[in-house]
Ligand binder design. Structure first.
Ligand code: GLN
Length: 537
């Protein structure tokens, strides 16, 4: 292919319509036709990255291989495409302004008035083209966060307008809107879509394709009406009906010919069909489970379904491959005490203690781990969950009363989890944790070895605290195995209890690596252990 093609995905009418899923689904279809594709998210907020945002505000923070703290949509991109993303795949307004202001201070614009147009829009376009310039991708799909008409998204839409003008048919705009169903009228309504396209037109952008999120099918009349009022071909009006699973959407988009429409508009051949056999096999297994397990997810953001997005999705992948439906029951760690734990966790086939920060809910996590350990229930502790397992073992097995992490209790008598040496002099909070992929060496004859099947692995991290090696001997002597170690920095990465059927804690985040094509082995084995447990009962 001569040059990289750019596809923009904007949204209108309402937020949460699923721009990320539509972008990922289109990318999947193009990938399944043999193209190389990457997806980028532009976020209109002023934080440099979502790492400093509360999950209540923005859901999970996704971490890339190269250690970028990013929007959770990047997780979808990776889960669909099975290709890692990087820092360049997520850009915020904060980052754009930071570069422009740094350049201004450096003197790069001497004599000029620095303005939104052209300086900010040039920087936005530079960040978009950065991925295309790598020469690796046939398509760069750029999802613009927010909704058309928002003050914050104006410079992004303006950049899209400029890029279309500059590169013509190598660039295409998809606008995702909502076609609501009014029960009282018994009708779908196209007016919000018309208004949304009008708002985009006022900013100089005519969409090429309109994807309509809807709960009922669009008939031909509605499609023609939207086409007529919004200046697009009737074939370019694509229905995106509510789906049972997000993993259905690539197939729905294939049936609606979203990829064909994109290719034809870019004057590219669309003769054969995308090869989605593997995807369909996955979906078949997902929808025809032979067994079922219930896993308790112990965390403090249970009311918020996006807070543990990657963990939930990793269970979907691991469940499908085990042909086992995984029901994830989120349980608020603050509600768990020594008195309530047995009732709260009754009937679970596995217990996962979630990652997290700060003191809130920590004692409930520790109680849940004690319950899992003593009752031989399969247990997986991720990051803070692993740290809590170390605290629990210290307090209840080693008798180190008041053992804690110095994150929770800086004056604890037994700091079994302590701040990493490299973190001690860091005062800035943004982007300064131990982030991204680091190596880990796995010991022979351990559960971790059974999971990974090799001794050298890498996994993604996001933490400041670590197992305190001062206590290592005591733990080992009492039967806790440190089965994974980062040799270079001498950090404990994996702990396990060989006496327990399946008790594993990891300092890293396996959930970020799980994809449809490659479910994470830790989740696969954990689900298997939960299944064994449920069958034994
Ligand atoms: N708060 C802990 C730390 O910083 C755990 C972080 C996490 O769970 N991601 O080390």
């Amino acid at each position: 292919m001569p040059s990289t093609k750019y596809v923009f995905v904007t949204g209108g009418v309402a937020s949460s319509l699923g721009k990320g899923i539509i972008s990922a689904s289109l990318a999947k279809l193009l990938q399944a036709r043999g193209f190389s594709v990457t997806i980028q998210k532009l976020d209109p907020y002023i934080n440099i990255d979502p790492g400093t945002l509360n999950p209540y505000e923005h859901g999970e923070c996704f971490v890339t291989e190269d250690g970028a703290e990013t929007d959770l949509d990047l997780g979808h991109y990776e889960r669909y495409l099975n290709v890692p993303t990087s820092q360049a795949n997520n850009v915020t307004t904060g980052r754009i302004y930071q570069s422009v202001i740094n350049k201004e201070r450096h003197g790069d614009y001497l004599g000029e008035t620095v303005q939104v147009i052209p300086h900010i829009t040039d920087e936005i376009k530079r960040r978009i083209k950065l991925l295309g310039n790598e020469g690796k991708y046939d398509f760069v799909i750029t999802e613009i966060g927010g909704t058309v008409g928002d003050i914050e998204s104006l410079p992004y839409i303006e950049s899209v307008r400029q890029m279309r003008w500059e590169i013509g048919t190598d660039c295409l705009v998809i606008h995702l809107t909502l076609v609501p169903y009014l029960a009282a009228a018994g009708e779908l309504k196209t007016k919000p879509t018309q208004h949304s396209v009008k708002a985009l037109l006022e900013q100089g952008v005519q969409p090429d394709i309109i994807v309509c999120r809807t709960e009922k099918h669009l008939n031909e009349g509605m499609r023609n009406k939207i086409a007529l009022f919004c200046n697009v071909d009737p074939t370019a009006v694509i229905e995106s009906i509510d789906a049972e699973s997000i993993y259905d959407v690539p197939l729905l988009m294939r049936d609606e010919k979203l990829d064909v429409e994109v290719l034809e508009k870019m004057r590219m051949p669309a003769s054969h069909l995308p090869d989605l056999r593997k995807w369909e096999e996955f979906l078949y297994k997902l929808k025809h489970p032979k067994n079922q397990v219930t896993i308790g997810l112990i965390g403090k953001y249970v009311e918020l379904k996006d807070a543990y997005k990657s963990i939930n999705e990793a269970f979907v992948h691991a469940g499908a491959i085990n042909e086992c439906k995984v029901v994830v029951k989120t349980i608020h760690s603050e509600s768990i005490t020594a008195e309530t734990v047995a009732a709260s966790l009754a009937g679970l086939d596995g217990i996962l203690v979630a990652p997290g920060f700060g003191n809130r809910g920590i004692e409930g996590k520790i109680e849940s781990i004690r319950f899992a350990r003593e009752n031989e229930i399969p247990f997986l502790g991720i990051c803070l969950g692993m740290q809590c397992a170390v605290i629990e073992f210290g307090r209840n097995v080693l008798g180190l009363s008041g053992a804690n992490s110095t994150e929770m209790d800086p004056d604890t008598k037994h700091p079994v989890i302590d701040i990493m040496e490299t973190q001690k002099n860091i005062s800035n909070k943004g982007g300064t944790m131990r982030l991204g992929a680091y190596p880990c060496t796995i010991a022979d004859g351990t559960k971790a070895m059974a999971v990974y099947g090799k001794s050298e692995i890498t996994e993604r991290h996001r933490h400041r605290y670590e197992f305190n090696n001062f206590y290592l001997e005591q733990y080992r002597n009492a039967g806790m195995l440190t089965s994974g170690i980062n040799r270079k920095d001498d950090l404990v990465e994996i702990i396990e209890l060989p006496e327990h059927p399946w008790f594993v804690g990891i300092q890293f985040h396996p959930e970020y690596r799980s994809t449809v094509a490659s479910p994470h082995p830790l989740f696969v084995h954990f689900v298997k252990a939960a299944l064994d447990f449920s069958l034994r009962r």
